[in-house]
Design a protein around this ligand. Structure first.
Ligand code: DP6
Length: 357
């Protein structure tokens, strides 16, 4: 395993660094089956300022070992929890990436955003890892089983479902949809439609109400959907919302967008509340912020709406042209509800970039 003290070669054979973004789901992936396959389609937007930078260095290894030889550093420090997760992941993709047992790897990862800030780091970090592994596979001349971006998305999915949508800039869909040619449960694709300009530059203010670790992880939440009393109804709702959203993203109707975005966020948390046993990941400040956002929209007519991931922090979504008014609203009415006055200013982004090779 990674921390074995065996005689290691220091000959570096390859090095690559990728920056890969987090994404915010509008239609939520909630529930999975088989090998990380989604129960319903999900649609998300890549973010610009919330990303992981991950560097993969490859050294000579002992050919044919059973275990994959790697070390993982987060912010320059070894991290056992992440290392264990990556060990499991690398082991699970040995068939797809047969070279993994022949080399020694060093992985250095850093996020641009703080831990437990309402931005899921698994999507950006795992997509950055898949991008780096595929860069190395390409360097070895490995035959890819499918077009490269699909393969990266497929490998990202096996690490964390939402990561498969971080491979693309702008809007992506993961999960087969009749209306979306080329869509698949196995990987995400860019939404193949002309997206209205106001959704191409959508803004996302992340309001941090708590940075405490979650009581129930997303993975546990997904599995709780298997025997959830509303699982069939949820599938139908998500498919309907996804189909409607595709039309809205093209026609630019923000009111219709807001009603789907908020329904998805509240439904996600309602599914948690109605699991057995039920649990909740929001807090009082989450609810107060939601209330403030809705009142502000009603009183001013300014197009804003909220979404939530599986946690208590609120994403306030709005069109770029409203930035000044929304930042003022946030500073006057929302900031005092944020833990330590913390918030992040993000927006639609262009997807991963290779920094060095
Ligand atoms: C609520 O992708 O974090 O953010 O596949 O178990 O790693 P795993 O789960 P994860 O779940 C994300 C759930 C969500 C909705 C979404 O991003 O679609």
């Amino acid at each position: 395993m990674s921390n074995q003290q065996i005689n290691k070669s220091t000959t570096q054979l390859f090095r690559v660094k990728w920056r890969s973004p987090a994404n915010i789901a509008i239609i939520k992936y909630w529930g999975k089956h088989g090998r990380q396959l989604p129960v319903n389609p999900s649609i998300s937007l890549a973010l610009r300022k919330s990303f992981t930078e991950l560097e993969l260095a490859v050294f000579e290894g002992d050919s044919g070992k059973a275990e994959i030889d790697f070390r993982f550093f987060f912010n320059g420090q070894r991290n056992d929890r992440f290392e264990q997760r990556i060990a499991q992941y690398l082991d699970s993709v040995k068939n797809e990436l047969p070279f993994l047992q022949d080399f020694r790897f060093e992985i250095q990862s850093e996020n641009s955003f703080p831990h437990s800030s309402g931005i899921a780091s698994s999507a950006s970090s795992m997509s950055a890892l898949a991008l780096s592994l595929v860069s190395f596979a390409e360097n070895l001349g490995m035959q890819m089983p499918m077009p490269e971006s699909q393969f990266v998305s497929y490998l990202s999915r096996l690490a964390s479902g939402s990561a498969c949508r971080s491979i693309f800039g702008g809007w992506s869909v993961w999960g087969e949809m009749n209306r979306v040619p080329g869509s698949s449960d196995e990987y995400a694709i860019n939404l193949p439609f002309n997206i209205h300009s106001s959704f191409q530059t959508l803004q996302d203010l992340v309001l941090i109400t708590s940075s405490s670790p979650k009581k129930v992880s997303s993975s546990e939440g997904h599995y709780k959907m298997n025997d959830h009393p509303f699982n069939e109804a949820r599938k139908i709702q998500a498919v309907n919302h996804a189909n409607q959203l595709i039309g809205i993203l093209q026609n630019g109707d923000f009111d219709a967008f807001a009603s789907i975005v908020e329904s998805e966020a509240l439904s996600l948390h309602a599914l948690m509340l109605s699991s057995e046993p039920g649990y909740f990941l929001v807090n009082g400040r989450t609810l107060e912020i939601i209330d403030e956002i809705r009142s502000f929209r009603e009183e001013t007519g300014i197009p804003v709406c909220f979404t939530l991931d599986a946690g208590p922090n609120v994403h306030l979504l709005y069109p770029l042209e409203e930035k000044e008014a929304v930042i003022q609203f946030m500073k006057e009415d929302l900031l005092m509800l944020c833990e330590g006055g913390r918030w992040l200013d993000d927006c639609a982004g262009e997807g991963p970039i290779k920094i060095t090779e």
